[in-house]
Design a protein around this ligand. Structure first.
Ligand code: ZN
Length: 151
């Protein structure tokens, strides 16, 4: 990771950890799910309000490390207003990014600030923290009634 990216990565994570976006319980949720990353102790509840095929509103609550919290904050910001298929596509791309399956030359503009999470690929344990919110979203969109765990 170059210095510029490292700095941006730290800024984004600190900012979203300190003031997470969409951090509340969503009373009007149509779908919800719960995710756990026992390795780190991250735990989130995700609330989604679907309108036909569109994520009309989304929020989360939980406890965890700065990476899991900032990732959930950014994830909820980016998938709001997206269709289910678009959200799943972003999940795949994000997963490829943090697991190092995407080259650094690839166009990451659709991921917005989430692109800084390519920084976690240097820390395999952190990949689970970064992707917890996304696995939980995947489950919520499928409306499964189970707890997602990264283990
Ligand atoms: Zn964590």
């Amino acid at each position: 990771m170059n210095n510029e990216l490292r700095e941006l990565y730290q800024q984004v994570i600190l900012d979203h950890n300190k003031s997470p976006r969409n951090y509340k319980k969503l009373e009007t949720a149509t779908n919800s799910s719960e995710g756990k990353n026992p390795l780190c102790g991250d735990h989130i509840h995700l609330y989604v309000k679907m309108n036909n095929d569109v994520v009309e509103d989304i929020s989360f609550e939980g406890n965890g490390c700065a990476i899991s919290k900032s990732s959930a904050s950014l994830m909820t910001s980016i998938v709001k207003g997206k269709t289910k298929a678009e959200a799943e596509q972003l999940f795949e791309k994000f997963h490829d990014l943090v697991t190092g399956k995407i080259s650094e030359d690839e166009d990451l503009t659709d991921l917005g600030k989430l692109a800084v999470f390519q920084g976690v690929r240097e820390f395999p344990v952190r990949v689970k923290c970064a992707s917890l919110a996304w696995h939980t979203l995947h489950s919520a969109l499928k409306d499964e009634n189970k707890i997602v765990t990264t283990e």
